[in-house]
Design a protein around this ligand. Structure first.
Ligand SMILES: Nc1nc2c(c(=O)[nH]1)N[C@H]1C(S)=C(S)[C@@H](COP(=O)(O)O)O[C@H]1N2
Ligand SMILES: [Mo]
Length: 415
C-alpha cells in the first residue's frame, strides 16, 4: 500500500476534531437524524481519528499522468494534456462522509468538458433517430410526467484507481420522469437497439489526424434502458440539480458506474449500430489479462455496471474504546468483514438503511488497539455470493488500466 504524506486540500487540522450529533444532523438533514438511531454514525462524544494516509490533493495539470490515463496513440485531446483538478472536483475527506445521504454541496463532480450554461426556460430534450414518434420535451413537460424517486449511490469508475481520487462516491435521492415511459412514447423501430444519450458539453478531440467537436455521450442497449429504475432526473435531494451535477436534466441509471449517468442531457438518439464515442470505446475502457485454458486473453471492456466494493470511512474513539465504520455498495450487500493488521476477519454490523441501489453503512468495535500504526481493510459480500476481491486477485492484479478498481484497499491510522 502506498502512503501519501500531504493532507487533502481545503481541510484544516481543526476540522478533524469532534463530530457531534448536532453537526451530523445539520450536515445531513433529516436523513442523518434518522441515521443517528443506527450505530455506524459517530455518536455524541466520539472523536474521529484521522487516517495517516491522506490522499494528495487533485493536481492541477498538465502533470505526468499514469500511463493508463494517457490518451491512446490514435486519439488525443486537442486541448493537450488532461488537467485533473478541472475534471475531478469537490472530493470530501473520507472522515467527513458522515451522512447516509450526501448533501448536494458535498457531492463529488466529474466534469470532462466544462459545465455548460443552460437556460431552463428554453431547455428541451429531444428523442430522435429510429423512432416512430420523435419527441421534444420542455422542462415543464418533463416535470408534468409522473414523478419517480430512487436513492442511488454513484461512484466514478476511476475512484481508487488514482492516488488523488479515493472518495469520488456519493449517495443521493434522485427524482425525475421515467425513462422507460418516454422511450415507450417515442416507439423505437424494430431495428432501434442502441440508445445514445448526448450531453450539451463538448470538446475538441483528434482521432487519427481528424479534429472533431465531440459531445459527451454514452449508450445503453434498449433492454438496459427499459429498466424501471432509470430516470430523466431534474432533482437531487429535493432541490434542482446543481449546475455541476447536470442542471437541468441528467440521466440516472441506478447500478451503473458514474460515467453512464449522462449530465446536461440534450438528446436521446435511437440507433442500429454500437455507439463508439470516447467515453464508451476509447476512454473508460478496462484492459485486463484473463487466463482462458492457460492462454492469455486480453479483455477490453467498456465500463458498465458498478462492481461490489466497500471502504473503511473512519475510526472513531470514545475514551479508550474504538470503532471502525465505513460503507459498502455496488450490489445487494449482505455482509461486510473487517481485518486489522492482517488478523482474523470480523463481521461488521450493517446499518438498516436500504434501497436496492444505495450504499450501506457498517461498523465494527475495535476493543483494545495497541499504540502505534495499524492497517484496516474491509471486504463486502453480496446476496449473489460475490466477494469484493483482494488486491492480489487476478481480476485486480491483471487489470492494466485504473478504472473499476473495486478491490480491497487498506487504510492506516496511528493510535
Ligand atoms: N455530460 C456529461 N455527463 C457526465 C460526465 C461529463 O463529464 N459530462 N461525467 C460522468 C462521470 S465520469 C461521472 S463519474 C459522473 C459523475 O456525476 P456527478 O458529477 O454528478 O458526481 O457523471 C458522468 N456524466
Ligand atoms: Mo467517472
Amino acid at each position: 500500500m502506498e502512503r501519501y504524506g500531504s493532507t487533502h486540500a481545503g481541510t484544516s487540522q481543526g476540522e478533524e476534531a469532534m463530530i457531534n450529533r448536532r453537526d451530523v444532523v445539520a450536515q445531513g438533514g433529516a436523513m442523518a437524524g434518522l441515521a443517528m438511531l443506527n450505530s455506524a454514525f459517530a455518536q455524541p462524544g466520539e472523536q474521529v481519528v484521522p487516517w495517516t494516509d491522506q490522499p494528495p490533493s487533485v493536481p492541477p495539470g498538465p502533470i505526468q499522468m499514469p500511463q493508463a490515463m494517457k490518451p491512446g496513440f490514435y486519439w488525443t485531446v486537442a486541448t493537450g494534456p488532461l488537467e485533473p483538478d478541472k475534471i475531478i472536483r469537490n472530493l470530501q475527506r473520507w472522515e467527513d462522509m458522515n451522512s447516509w445521504i450526501t448533501p448536494n454541496e458535498h457531492f463529488f463532480q466529474i466534469v470532462h468538458y466544462g459545465i455548460p450554461v443552460i437556460d431552463p426556460g428554453t431547455y428541451s430534450l429531444v428523442v430522435t433517430g429510429l423512432v416512430e414518434q420523435p419527441l421534444k420535451l420542455s422542462l415543464d413537460q418533463l416535470k408534468a410526467l409522473p414523478r419517480k424517486q430512487v436513492t442511488s449511490t454513484i461512484e466514478c469508475s476511476g475512484n481508487r484507481g488514482l492516488p488523488f481520487a479515493i472518495s469520488a462516491v456519493g449517495n443521493a435521492e434522485w427524482a425525475g420522469a421515467s425513462l422507460a415511459q418516454i422511450l415507450q412514447q417515442a416507439k423505437p423501430k424494430k431495428n432501434g437497439t442502441e440508445i445514445v444519450f448526448i450531453g450539451h458539453d463538448a470538446g475538441d478531440e483528434v482521432i487519427r489526424d481528424v479534429t472533431i467537436r465531440s459531445n459527451f455521450g454514452r449508450s445503453m442497449t434498449l433492454d438496459d434502458v427499459m429498466s424501471p429504475n432509470n430516470i430523466l432526473c431534474y432533482e437531487m435531494n429535493n432541490a434542482a440539480l446543481p449546475a455541476a451535477n447536470g442542471f437541468p436534466v441528467r440521466l440516472i441509471v441506478p447500478g451503473w458506474y458514474g460515467v453512464a449517468n449522462v449530465k446536461w442531457l440534450k438528446r436521446i438518439e435511437v440507433r442500429d449500430t454500437r455507439y463508439m464515442g470516447r467515453f464508451m470505446a476509447r476512454d473508460y475502457v478496462t484492459v485486463r489479462e484473463e487466463k482462458i485454458n492457460g492462454e492469455s486473453f486480453w479483455s477490453e471492456s467498456s465500463v458498465g455496471r458498478m462492481l461490489l466494493t466497500s471502504a473503511p470511512a473512519r475510526v472513531v474513539k470514545q475514551g479508550d474504546r474504538y470503532r471502525v465504520m465505513g460503507m459498502a455498495w455496488g450490489g445487494p450487500v449482505s455482509r461486510v468483514e473487517v481485518q486489522v493488521d492482517g488478523g482474523t476477519w470480523q463481521t461488521a454490523s450493517l446499518d438498516s438503511q436500504k434501497g436496492d441501489f444505495a450504499w450501506r453503512f457498517w461498523s465494527v468495535d475495535w476493543p483494545k488497539p495497541t499504540a502505534g500504526e495499524h492497517s484496516i481493510v474491509s471486504r463486502a459480500f453480496d446476496t449473489n455470493g460475490n466477494v469484493q476481491p483482494p488486491a492480489n486477485d487476478p481480476l485486480i492484479a491483471g487489470k492494466k488500466t485504473y478504472w473499476e478498481s473495486n478491490g480491497q484497499t487498506a487504510r492506516h491510522v496511528r493510535i
